[in-house]
Ligand binder design. Sequence first.
Ligand SMILES: [Cu+2]
Length: 125
Amino acid sequence: MKVRYSSILLVTALVLFLAVNARLSGQATQSDFHQFNITAKNYDFNPAVITVKKGEKVRLIITATDRDHGIKIAGYDIDQVLKKGDPTIIEFTADKAGTFDFKCSMYCGMGHRKMKGKLIVEESQ
Ligand SMILES: [Cu+2]
């Protein structure tokens, strides 16, 4: 009886350990990315300026809230359709320093050409 009780304890401890471990490694993966939540809406990206350090892994979660838009980041070969109401995840490594303009890449109306932003990749010291 005593033996059985301690083996139940052992199994419980093991399960707890695995659960905590899985949770911690999940968090570690998330924090690997410099993450931004961005909304796209006639005729703005918010925030419109994204600043990261060279070498960082970047995750943009962009949601078009009023209609379909797009995002094109010249210099990083990114051109993605942003479906209305559907968060679009874009991940890349900021391996080039500089200021890169981005813009809406899907015609969305009168202000389409003014729908712009900047990705600033700072040289890391
Ligand atoms: Cu547009």
